[in-house]
Ligand binder design. Structure first.
Ligand SMILES: [Zn+2]
Ligand SMILES: [Zn+2]
Length: 271
């Protein structure tokens, strides 16, 4: 990590996420100890399963992050984010959630197809038509992008990690090139940041999401903003793989990674 000065992590989860483990303040202390300049907390909010407890969670997360923001002022830039899952499945609810607080960063994600379970919970893909599932997945990313009220497109190849860990299926993204190109083109056009998500480096697939060739293609198609995130669900995973993600951004031709404050992009030089 010491080859870069400006380490930032734009995708992390606290215990306000159902699958998070550490408090916001504990995560901030860990981030300071690791020498980060900025951290965004982006707790889960699955829009297609949003209810009263989801609403409480969003509020709780927001206020804990707001407190941490002022407690760590001058030491660590703390950004108040949210990871919206499946916002396009219920746009009205998504807009209501976004209007409820002044977020710095909104991440847009698709973890599951409509009325289906999160890819994470699928234990066996062998009886599933993978090609059509993935094609549906990419179509849902496109639908989400057409809505477009978010700042960062999360983990573009999210299902790939589970196809690999469950059934040893290694997907070639080029088989989906027309759809992926359309996704990258729309992301660029809407000035949404393409996330380079490092969680896969801690998983059997051992790859970034997406990989270098896709980040390069994004640049070719006019992409201007990239963001880097560990997707840490534990304090010890904060910034893990960020260096690799920054190297890929640099190699793809980006001089900066992006953070968002009050939903406005701020470019941070990769150096
Ligand atoms: Zn996610
Ligand atoms: Zn996440």
């Amino acid at each position: 990590m010491d080859m870069y000065k400006n380490i930032i992590d734009m995708h992390t989860h606290t215990d306000n996420s159902f699958d998070g483990h550490h408090s916001t303040v504990y995560m901030c202390e860990a981030a300071c100890n690791k020498g980060l300049r900025a951290i965004a907390f982006t707790d889960h909010c699955e829009v297609d399963a949003f209810d009263a407890s989801g609403e409480r969670n969003v509020r709780q997360a927001f206020f804990e992050i707001a407190k941490a923001k002022s407690a760590f002022m001058g030491k660590l830039l703390v950004l108040n984010g949210i990871e919206l899952g499946q916002p396009a499945y219920d746009i009205e609810t998504a807009e209501k959630i976004l209007a409820s607080q002044k977020f710095d960063i909104v991440i847009g994600s698709v973890h599951n197809l409509r009325n289906q379970q999160d890819f994470y919970y699928i234990e066996d893909f062998s009886q599933i038509d993978v090609k059509s599932k993935l094609s549906e997945y990419f179509d849902e990313l496109l639908t989400m992008l057409e809505w477009g009220n978010f700042d960062i497109l999360a983990h573009l190849t999210y299902p790939f990690r589970y196809l690999y860990s469950r059934n040893n299926i290694l997907v070639d993204i080029n088989e989906y090139k027309p759809q992926v190109d359309e996704i990258l083109r729309l992301t660029a056009e809407k000035d949404i940041a393409l996330e380079i998500n490092a969680a896969g480096l801690r998983q059997p697939i051992n790859r970034l999401s997406p990989e270098l060739e896709t980040v390069k293609r994004f640049k070719e198609l006019g992409g201007k903003l990239v963001s880097v995130g560990s997707d840490a669900h534990y304090a010890q995973h904060i910034a893990v793989g960020i260096k690799d993600a920054m190297s890929v951004a640099k190699e793809a031709g980006f001089d900066c990674v992006t953070l968002f404050q009050k939903r406005q992009p701020v470019e941070i030089p990769i150096e």
